[in-house]
Structure formats: C-alpha cells, structure tokens
Design a protein around this ligand. Structure first.
Ligand SMILES: C[S@@+](CC[C@H](N)C(=O)[O-])C[C@H]1O[C@@H](n2cnc3c(N)ncnc32)[C@H](O)[C@@H]1O
Ligand code: SF4
Length: 449
C-alpha cells in the first residue's frame, strides 16, 4: 500500500490534493495499515491462541478461495486463474488442516462461529462436490448451528442451477453477486468473465431458491463508463430489487492490470472517471435507491429493508470481533492481535503440511490504535454514537479526536446530533479519504485521493 509520502499537515484543507484517479489504494479496510504489520509480532498471535477468549467477544470464520475464471483488469486481489482441480483440492485440504490446527487451541476451544464468510477470489468457482465436501468437513470441526449469517461471494457466470442449489443447501444466508455492471461491452472491456445474460439467469434462480438475502456489487467508474450506461445499470439493479446493493468507487491499486498498462504507456492517471464524477455517480445512485424505498446504511450500501437485512460480518468486524481467517493471504484478528497468512500459494501449503499455522505477519494494536480502528470503521456507517466509545473504551471521543473532528466540521462534512456524530452525504461519499485525518502521524504514509 502507498506510494506517496505527503504528510497530513501538508494537505490543503477541504479539497482533495488531486481529482484524477491515480494509482494506489483508496479503500480503508483496517487500522493500523497493513504495511505496519510485521513478522516480529507473530509471537503475540501465537500467545493469544494459547489463552482462552475474552468473555462476550464473538468469533467469525473467514474462508478464502483465491481462484477465478479470469483476472479482471481492475482487480487487486491475489487470485489464481491457472489451478486445476487437483491443485484446488490440495488447497482445500490445506485450509481444512489449518482449521483443524485452530480447533485444538485454547482460544477456540469449543467456541462456535457467530458468522461465516466465504470470500475471494471466487468461492463460487468451486464445484458442487468441492463445496459439499468442504462444508461437511468445516462443520465437523466447528459446528455452524450458532451462526447468525453465512455469506458467500459469487461471480455470476460460475453459477449453474445445481451449484446455486448446493450453495443454498450449505446454509448460505447472504448470497453476494459480483455483478459490477449490466452492459456487456463494459463487462468485456474490464476483463470480466461474465455477461448480462448470466446475471439475469443466476439472479432469477437465486430468487426462486429463496436465499434470505441477495446482495449485488456494482462499481462506479469502470473503464469506458458513461453517464447513460451508469444510469442504465442503476435502473436494471432496481428492477431486480435485491435486498442490498454495494457500490464501490473504482480504485486502481498498483497490482492491477490497468496500472501495468498505465506504466507501460507512461500515464500518470488511470483511464477511468475522476473522483468527483465517481462520487456524483454514487450520489445519484443512492438518490435513486432512496426514491425506490431503500435506505443508505453505509458509504457503500443501500438496503431495501434495514430491519430485516443486516450484514453481520461487517458489523461484527467493525465492532472488534475475533476472526479466524483461513487460506492463502487472508487477514484475521485473534484476542487483540491482527494477523495475515502467507501471501503465496506454495509457502502457504508447505507451512500447513508441516503442521504450522501459516501466519507471516501480525500486529498487536495499542489501546489508542484499537480505539482509532473502531472509530474510523464505524464512521463508514455514516454515524456513530459517542456513548458507545465511552462505554467500551472509557474514552470521550470528542476529546480524543478533538482536532480531526473540528476539521471535518469546519469543512462541512460532520455534525453533532445529541450523542451522535453524523457525516452528511458529501462526507459519506468520500469517507475513506477523510478517515486519514484520524490516523496517528506515524501511520500517515500515503494519501491517494
Ligand atoms: C472478491 S470480489 C467478489 C466476488 C467475485 N470475485 C466477483 O468479482 O464477482 C469483491 C468485490 O470487490 C470489488 N472490487 C474489486 N476490485 C475493485 C477495484 N479496483 N475498485 C473497486 N472495487 C473493486 C468488486 O465490486 C467485487 O465484486
Ligand atoms: S474482481 Fe472478482 S472475479 Fe475479478 S479477478 Fe477479482 S476476485 Fe476474481
């Protein structure tokens, strides 16, 4: 992560340092940033595993499937498109072995996961047989009967009727479809493996199977996006009426095909819309969803019925839940220590085959860093209660974050409403940029937009 060294105090106040989409990460998913996690913190993770869990802390399970049919030009995830069935089976065996190692640890003990998440890559790339076998083995080690949510990411073109049925039978409650767009030319130009016909088919059958929650992912600002095509994508999404819609603003990190091409051609900015246009597209989309009765529940999400449709994985993680993360390159959190697994396939397999947990870097945040992490993640919801932090951390956030809060207020993005701190729509649409204001100075190493 990160290529610039501009410090927080160098930046102009309300305005972005630049508007064009340049290479680098935008989305803040954790704190402190991953680049500060180090191999010398790994012993703290091992120590945490030998202790019983803190009372009242929920535990989730994340299973990473790093395989895809094709690599999308904008994708920054570590994915493999060249693994055959034998290699995939070997990987699934290794991840089950990893879960077996965890199941024997005092930290896990008899705990049952409160939520389960299959992410990727493309979990729906697995065959029916692989999925059925995998979940049987997972449940044998840590039963799922206390799970409030089982979430599963899909690339629409990998979904046959038979596979969707198997996914439903596994106990999946939240099916998330990586639709991204409905225009075939845009899908093709961005390197997606699926086309609109496959979305329609998969969506229809998923509805027939009565998944409790179907989410659609969209990206604002794909290569060759136009106002007309974006409007069409929003209207088509509304016609399908999913339970929730997640809209990301296109970012172009360094490990993407788009960035490689930019470099070859000596371009400084990516051939996608600028940040102002992407924000406008998300703003317009949110307004359309609101007109149709949806509620905006975070910087990225519109939800049809917020009373019924919750996103347990996100909410628990943003509240500091424990997360056992399985698979290559996956990120987890155990008893106060963040960790990441080996990011390469063969070292990951080797480590597990030798009976060692495949963790290569970790970080134990200080109490101040834990507070910052939770506060900035909660701000992505658009509002947060000061009382929550007083109860949990014994801290008055108005004092702890007096300076950044007053900056956000001065810039017109934030207000106090009683105990609530509320971001307005402008602030919400650029929240990831604003969150850097709350970072400790030593963590402000990059500022992409
Ligand atoms: C792991 S993928 C979802 C499942 C499946 N791999 C797929 O793409 O259909 C997670 C989501 O991240 C989003 N995403 C990936 N790369 C992105 C980028 N460069 N900018 C914004 N969003 C991105 C996409 O919306 C994608 O659906
Ligand atoms: S966006 Fe999804 S399907 Fe495309 S390469 Fe990334 S993980 Fe795979």
């Amino acid at each position: 992560m990160g290529n610039t060294t501009q410090s927080q105090s160098d930046l102009p106040a309300k305005q972005e340092p630049q508007q064009k989409t340049q290479a680098g990460n935008y989305f803040v998913s954790n704190y402190p940033p991953y680049s500060f996690w180090k191999p010398d913190h790994v012993p703290a993770y091992h120590e945490a595993l030998e202790r019983p869990p803190a009372a009242d802390t929920r535990m989730g399970l994340y299973f990473h499937i790093p395989f895809c049919r094709k690599r999308c030009h904008f994708c920054y995830f570590k994915v493999y498109t060249d693994k055959n069935a034998a290699a995939i089976n070997g990987y699934l065996d290794a991840a089950i072995q990893e879960l077996t190692l965890y199941a024997s640890k005092p930290f896990v003990g008899g705990r049952k996961p409160n939520f389960i998440y299959f992410g990727g890559g493309t979990p729906s790339y697995l065959s029916v047989q692989q999925l059925t076998e995998l979940t049987k083995r997972m449940k044998g080690l840590l039963p799922w009967d206390d799970a409030e949510e089982v979430a599963f990411e899909c690339e629409p073109g990998t979904l046959t009727d038979q596979k969707l049925k198997a996914i439903r039978d596994m106990g999946v409650t939240r099916l998330s479809l990586g639709v991204e767009h409905f225009d075939d030319h845009i899908l093709e130009t961005n390197g997606r493996a699926h086309r609109s016909r496959e979305i329609e088919r998969a969506y229809g059958y998923a509805r027939d199977l009565r998944f409790p929650q179907i989410n659609i992912d969209l990206i604002a600002g794909m290569l060759e996006e136009t106002q007309e095509k974006w409007d069409m994508a929003i209207e088509r999404t509304l016609e399908l009426a999913p339970d929730s819609v997640t809209i990301y603003q296109m970012e172009v990190p360094f490990n993407t095909t788009i960035y490689r091409q930019m470099k070859e051609q000596g371009q400084l900015s990516a051939p996608v819309a600028d940040w102002e246009t992407k924000r406008r597209w998300v703003r317009e989309a949110f307004e359309r969803f609101e007109q149709a009765g949806y509620v905006i529940t975070s910087a990225y999400t519109a939800v049809k019925n917020p009373e019924q449709t919750r996103f347990v994985y996100r909410d628990r993680l943003w509240e500091g839940a424990d997360l056992l993360s399985l698979g290559v390159a996956s990120f987890g959190h155990i008893g106060g220590t963040h960790y990441q697994n080996n990011a390469d396939f063969d070292p990951y397999l080797k480590s597990v085959s030798e009976g060692r947990l495949p963790v290569y870097r970790a970080y134990t945040p200080t109490p101040r860093e834990r507070l910052i992490r939770e506060f900035i993640l909660q701000l992505k919801l658009g509002q947060t209660r000061c009382g929550y932090f007083a109860d949990k951390f014994g801290v008055d956030v108005n004092e702890a974050f007096a300076e950044p809060l007053s900056r956000l207020k001065e810039w017109g993005f934030l207000s106090h409403q009683g105990d609530l701190l509320v971001l307005n729509r402008d602030g919400l649409l650029q929240v990831d940029r604003l969150l850097h204001e709350f970072f400790l100075p030593e963590h402000v190493t990059q500022r992409m937009v």
